[in-house]
Design a protein around this ligand. Structure first.
Ligand SMILES: Nc1ncnc2c1ncn2[C@@H]1O[C@H](COP(=O)(O)OP(=O)(O)OP(=O)(O)O)[C@@H](O)[C@H]1O
Ligand SMILES: [Mg+2]
Length: 465
């Protein structure tokens, strides 16, 4: 095994090298990003199995560890990369995970902790490459777990989910209803070392507060009138596995406070119990609420948000990735036609055109429902446009033309005026304005930033926990 260790602090570098010396046959050291890049781009130097690099350090034109990460991934994507970050640079670390780092460790750390992370990253890198070759065969067939779609935005989300799976980091999956949040949560579990452990789901919106607490934490016999026996809560059941907290945005403030305590201490009590219980669970949460807005309104605790959102995975709405519609439609058609034994072979062109242009407010779930209905309706070999019952939202009227002035005009100014008016009309609620304009919240947010539009209600206080 070959390791490249990149750290500008010579004392720390030497200590790490000593700690890892037994593990690697070759251990090269670099004192900054430039030295590291030289080694990584030298064809005479064999690729490394692992790179352990500091994030903030001199070299590679100011981007330090990020440049090292990029170079290592470009050289050989089997190389496991572990980043060392200073306290408070978690955002950079998350960016690094997106770029392909396997894990990060916050300074200061114990050397034993680093050794453990190195071991885990190596194990995971090996698993990932084995999985990748297995998956190539399997991808030809259809499996229940399969995440369909080739759009870059979806693939990025899937890749991030697979990468963070290896860590213990809490994951918050956000996205509109029906975008596949639960699917991604399942993936974070099944791609992790905990995949043999339980995957336990709790829908936080489904239960009233008191029930939810006993659902999560369990209760002792006699804890309340109807508690005629002991109940083991979901936190206990999920021990050694993953706990999926769905619809987290619907938790009451009281339950939020309790949850926060469990996340901080990894310990809890059953209702009516005095014994302190410890649990080893990985939390994945999901919501279709805009939590920053809920924080503003005082409906969601900011400290809990930061606890949950260590890694955020945002699933794009289906209308932002129209190229996925066809693959998804084909997938559901195959699945659902087989269920009712209809020999459907595909879609008529105008049926597909209809699917492609629909704005899909209910996203993939809505698409699945539409196909399900179409399968039942159809009586030929193909799904026809008339089998597809789609209610069109009010869109810009077809054939509408703005009537441009002879002298020309500034598209930027028009865009600005339209965005501003949409915002005003929607009381500066970005989500609504984005819906009004038929664009994603992210895109609107980007435009707002570019245009320099601000509003008092958008001040989000970024705290540190
Ligand atoms: N990329 C995909 N490939 C295959 N199936 C998908 C994909 N995305 C979503 N689905 C399917 O669409 C349906 C809705 O997905 P899921 O339940 O994960 O959505 P969600 O984001 O959790 O929605 P909600 O916020 O309403 O709970 C499920 O049947 C799921 O299997
Ligand atoms: Mg869901």
């Amino acid at each position: 095994m070959r390791l490249l260790l990149v750290e500008d602090n010579a004392g720390l570098r030497r200590a790490i090298a000593r700690a890892l010396a037994d593990r690697f046959a070759v251990l090269d050291e670099a004192s900054d990003a430039d030295v590291a890049l030289e080694r990584l781009s030298d064809p005479g130097v064999q690729a490394y199995d692992m790179v352990v690099t500091d994030l903030r350090m001199p070299g590679a034109e100011g981007s330090g560890g990020m440049a090292v990460l990029r170079a290592a991934r470009a050289r050989d994507d089997h190389t496991a990369v572990l980043l060392m970050t200073a306290y408070g640079t978690v955002e950079d670390a998350v960016e690094a995970m997106r770029l392909g780092a396997h894990d990060f460790i916050q300074k200061p750390f114990e050397l034993e902790e680093l050794e453990a992370r190195v071991e885990r990253a190596l194990g995971h890198a090996r698993l990932t490459s084995e999985l990748a070759s297995l998956r190539e065969d399997r991808d030809e067939r259809l499996g229940p777990d399969r995440i369909i779609g080739t759009s870059a935005v979806l693939r990025d989300a899937v890749a991030l989910a697979e990468r963070v799976a290896a860590t213990m980091a809490t994951v918050l999956v956000t996205g509109e209803t029906g975008t596949g949040k639960e699917l991604i949560a399942g993936l974070v579990h099944s791609a992790s070392e905990r995949s043999n452990g339980p995957f336990i789901k709790v829908n936080c919106a489904a239960l009233p507060e008191t029930l939810l607490e006993s659902e999560l934490f369990g209760h002792e016999r006699g804890a309340f009138t109807s508690a005629d026996r002991l109940r083991i809560g979901r936190f206990e059941q999920a021990d050694g596995g993953t706990l999926f907290l769905d619809e987290i945005g619907d938790l009451s403030l009281v339950t939020q406070a309790k949850l926060l305590r469990v996340l901080q201490d990894q310990e809890f009590q059953r209702l009516g119990g005095s014994q302190i219980l410890r649990t080893d669970v990985r939390i994945v949460a999901a919501t279709n609420h805009e939590l920053p807005a809920a924080i503003e309104e005082g409906a969601f605790r900011e400290d809990l948000f930061f606890r949950l959102n260590v890694i955020g995975i945002e699933l794009p709405a289906l209308r932002e990735r129209p190229e996925d519609v066809e693959a998804l439609a084909g997938h559901f058609l195959e699945e659902l036609a087989a269920e009712v034994c209809k020999p459907l072979i595909g879609f008529a062109p105008d049926a597909m055109a209809r699917l492609r242009t629909h704005p899909w407010p209910g996203n993939v779930r809505e698409l699945r429902n539409v196909i399900e209905r179409a399968v039942l309706m159809s009586d030929g070999p193909r799904v026809e446009a008339s089998d597809i019952g789609l209610v069109q939202l009010a869109r810009t009227p077809k054939g509408w033309r703005p009537g441009l002035p002879q002298a020309g005009l500034s598209l930027d100014e028009i865009e600005y005026a339209v965005v501003l008016e949409a915002l005003e009309r929607c009381g500066f609620v970005q989500k609504e304005a984005a819906g009004f304009l038929g664009i994603s919240r992210r895109k609107l947010n980007y435009m707002i930033g570019r245009m320099g539009i601000t509003h008092d209600s958008w001040r989000v206080h970024r705290g540190v926990d």
